[in-house]
Design a binder for this molecule. Structure first.
Ligand code: SF4
Length: 462
């Protein structure tokens, strides 16, 4: 056992006295707490008297250690009065069945077990408010965002467990690492509270959320939530509802469990919009690409999704001219886009990426043929997309306003649930007919669709 005296810092900011007892594991806990205190701008005091509050990190291993810890808490209480106890002794039960520290010293402010930096910091914040930091305190709770104030991207995981032959992302970012579900939901709530009206869920593979942690149960607001796509989407939808905000899902692979998410779209909990990067439709090409869910029957799957949720909009990206792609395989892709009625499609002509496994696949097509197939693909995709857009004429849709000069008197630009920012079309808003009608950036308006213009809709605000 050793006792660590923390060097004093000489400032006028709130001061915390710290005593670290016990083994090296307890010492690292002390370091974590001290690091956090210092990062938040607290100063440390060498004496109990000179501190505004004292933290005692205890040891509960042998009787001598227990006695030393209880004595130290007693000294700190006598000299200072405000004491937070953490460490192994904090987790021990006394003779009466209650907490041993509280039994002996009922006036301590808080008691935690070991490895509890956040709990200790919460107790410190409750009894000794954080000093004002002119730099950090200017940062909004939701962090600094590069998007307009009314929409934000929410990253739920990093990396990817797949090894698509045309992609080098896993070699740069590693395997899938899901963010703790509690952290993701906390960030989402902060974003809604800061005025975000549209939350865009992103990752490399949204459907795989939680696979790496075996769908572990996390906590948000004291209630258990599984680290899994369905539970996450449900919780995000519930968080968004009181703010009237949208939740949009990107990079969803068509695994069977996505079928469970579609009913949440039909209920209006999240937007009926799925960004599914199919890349191709022919099973042999998908196998050469080593695509996830390549064995799924995607045409049938999309049809089933649309049965469950007729409003569903499907966006996707494709690659034309992948090594070895035959004319028949390419035709299969064109038939798929028509059959699946893909609402929004993007297409790249295949181009080799340094370090990608696909470079070794025989049958590289000439650049002109790859480009020609891309153009043919886009002609078909645009035909499908235009026909689907046309069906909206006459409908009244909710539109999120992205731009509205002069309060919208000259019209503006917005997006419906069918349009993700940057990648899809927009809704061109005409000047409102009603003089009292105003449009404001970041707010919703109802608009009657009066026509189409390429990938865009034209609408009259009502
Ligand atoms: S393209 Fe394939 S390997 Fe690359 S990030 Fe997406 S799923 Fe992972």
């Amino acid at each position: 056992m050793s006792e660590i005296a923390v060097p004093e810092t000489s400032t006028t900011t709130p001061k915390v006295g710290f005593v670290s007892l016990g083994c090296p594991k307890a010492l690292t806990d002390s370091e974590l707490i001290l690091t956090q205190l210092s990062a938040e701008g607290y100063a440390t005091s060498k004496t109990f008297e000179g501190a505004d509050l004292v933290i005692v990190n205890t040891c509960g291993f042998i009787d001598d250690a227990v006695k030393e810890s209880l004595d130290t808490i007693g000294e700190a209480l006598a000299a200072n009065g405000k004491v937070i106890v953490t460490g192994c002794l904090g987790a021990r039960t006394g003779d009466t069945g209650g907490n041993m520290v509280r039994d002996v010293h009922p006036s301590v402010l808080a008691v935690t077990g070991p490895h509890a930096t956040q709990e200790v910091m919460d107790a410190v914040h409750a009894h000794l408010p954080k000093p004002h930091d002119p730099f950090v305190d200017l940062v909004p709770a939701a962090g600094i965002k590069l998007t307009p104030k009314h929409y934000a991207y929410l990253k739920i995981s990093e990396g990817c467990n797949h090894r698509c032959t045309f992609c080098i992302i896993p070699s740069m970012r590693g395997d899938l690492v899901s963010r703790p579900v509690g952290d993701v939901l906390k960030e989402a709530r902060a974003l809604f509270e800061s005025g975000v009206k549209e939350l865009l869920v992103v990752s490399q593979d949204t459907s795989a959320y939680g696979v790496d942690v075996k769908y572990r149960t996390g906590f948000f607001d004291g209630r258990p939530v599984k680290t899994r796509m369905l539970e996450l989407v449900q919780a995000l939808g519930e968080l968004a509802a009181p703010f009237g905000a949208w939740v949009r899902l990107h990079y969803v692979y068509p695994y069977p469990h996505v079928d469970e998410v579609v009913p949440l779209m039909a209920q209006g909990l999240v937007l009926p919009y799925l960004d599914v990067p199919f890349q191709h439709s022919h099973p042999d090409v998908l196998r050469r690409m080593k695509r996830p869910a390549s064995g799924e029957r995607n045409l049938e799957r999309i049809a089933r999704w649309r049965e469950m949720c007729p409003e569903l909009v499907v966006r996707s990206t494709f690659i034309a001219g992948f090594p070895g792609e035959t004319e028949a395989e390419f035709q299969h892709l064109l038939d798929f886009v028509r059959g699946a009625q893909i609402d929004r499609a993007g297409c790249f002509a295949y181009s080799p990426v340094e370090g990608a496994a696909a470079n070794d696949i025989p049958g590289m097509l000439p650049a002109e043929l790859r480009e020609e197939r891309r153009a043919r693909f886009m002609a078909v995709a645009e035909e499908v997309s235009a026909a689907r857009l046309q069906r909206r004429v006459g409908a009244t849709m909710q539109v999120l306003v992205d731009s509205a000069p002069a309060l919208g008197r000259k019209g503006g630009v917005g997006r419906s649930y069918a349009d993700a920012p940057e990648i899809d079309g927009t809704v061109r808003l005409l000047p409102p007919q009603k003089l009292s009608k105003r449009l404001a950036v970041g707010e919703f308006t109802q608009a009657r669709i009066v026509g189409t213009d390429g990938h865009d809709l034209v609408a009259e605000p009502v």
